[in-house]
Design a binder for this molecule. Structure first.
Ligand code: NAD
Length: 352
């Protein structure tokens, strides 16, 4: 199927901006970036895109149905790649309301606008239309020491964030089963790379180390995540959108399982090399664990690999090294983001 124009929601975010850079570089597709520009948006990550005649930007909230209908009618995309979301687990513990509003209500409103738009399309365009919902492996809950999530793993979300993403996944599945909306979806493991908001684990550690401040590790640093470079995710998303089977979901993972402590220690080693003159390991500081902290995630992406031939290309070692380099070279960007201030988020005890 040929996609000539794509609407990307959340395109000013960490993954969305990587996808847009990928699409501008590797494809001829026209792109409409629809983003509310919350605190997490990074317009700087799309510098230069405004000058590309294939790129358009619309500032809007996915929970605004009238705006969604107007934008779809105006741009008439062949596909929607839906990434817009509230994404920080710790913030979802301190204030779940925004997560319910954007991730659940917003996805519902967008689905309804997409359904209206899709039913108004001529038959051939309607047949080729796709709605790709982007989600997380966190919907599956926590693993023990062994095994990996497959597409058939039951949903057991632990945090308000993962519960809101799980709800949105179910809505998308239901809009396909009930209304026939042509959807594909994907659940990906933890991403890392340039332009990630510095409240997230890897950039937070690099920023803290660069400032010579304590690097806060939750609990004993035993939690395991399966790290994937954001550019590998961007490539997977385009492949799934253009070639994934209708109604199917695909897991995306990095084969990059690491304990948090290992990641932080590796960052310290890289920082020692790149910023000589100070040992960074002594900055490590163990803090109270996140309530409901899932122990281990690992993703089995054999379906994506067998059906669409996708494999991660970046190794965690080289990807982490280039990411640390990138943050050290972009200090102006993260220094200017004053409002995240890196106070401890998400430490609230559950109500008894
Ligand atoms: P991000 O927080 O960096 O960016 C989210 C973007 O969505 C921001 O630009 C923000 O302005 C926009 N947005 C938020 N609420 C909106 C609304 N109501 N209307 C319109 N735009 C809105 O997030 P990210 O890390 O790039 O994640 C993108 C998507 O990928 C999310 O759906 C997330 O659940 C999923 N995901 C992320 C990861 C990861 O490791 N970061 C892993 C798997 C899946």
């Amino acid at each position: 199927m040929t996609i000539e124009k794509i609407l990307v929601t959340g395109g000013a975010g960490f993954i969305g901006s990587a996808v847009i850079r990928y699409l501008l570089r590797e494809t001829g597709v026209e792109i409409v970036n629809l983003d509310k520009l919350t605190y997490a948006a990074n317009p700087a990550a799309l510098e230069g895109a405004e000058r590309n005649r294939r790129y358009r930007f619309e500032q809007a909230d996915i929970a605004d149905g009238a705006a969604m209908r107007a934008i779809l009618a105006k741009h008439r995309p062949d596909a929607i790649l839906h990434l817009a979301a509230e994404t920080h687990v710790d913030r979802s513990i301190d204030g779940p309301a925004d997560f319910v509003q954007t991730n659940i209500v917003g996805t519902y409103v967008l689905l309804e606008a997409a359904r209206d738009y899709w039913t108004s399309l001529p038959p051939e365009a309607a047949e080729h239309f796709r709605f790709h919902h982007v989600s997380t492996d966190e919907v599956f809950g926590s693993l023990g020491a062994d095994g990996a999530f497959t597409e058939a793993t039951p949903y057991r979300p632990s945090s308000p964030y993962s519960a809101s993403k799980a709800a949105s996944d179910h809505l998308v599945g239901a809009w396909h089963a009930t209304f026939g909306l042509p959807i594909v979806s994907s659940n990906c493991s933890n991403n890392y790379g340039p332009w990630q908001f510095p409240e997230k684990f890897i950039p937070l550690m690099v920023v803290k180390a660069a400032r010579g401040e304590p690097m806060p590790v939750y609990g004993k640093g035993e939690n395991v995540r399966d790290w994937l470079h954001v550019d590998d995710h961007a490539r997977a998303l385009w492949l799934i959108l253009t070639r994934g089977r209708l109604g199917e979901s695909y897991n995306v993972g990095g084969r990059g399982e690491r304990r948090n402590l290992e990641v932080v220690e590796t960052i310290c080693g890289i920082m020692d090399e790149m910023v000589p003159g100070r040992a960074h390991r002594p900055l490590l500081s163990f803090v109270a664990d996140r309530p409901g902290h899932d122990l281990r995630y690992a993703v089995d992406f054999s379906k994506l690999s067998a059906e669409l031939g996708w494999q991660p290309r970046e190794s965690f070692e080289s990807g982490l090294r280039s990411t640390v380099r990138w943050y050290l070279d972009h200090r102006d960007w993260w220094d200017a983001i004053g409002h995240y201030r890196q106070t401890r988020l998400g430490a609230v005890k559950a109500a008894s």
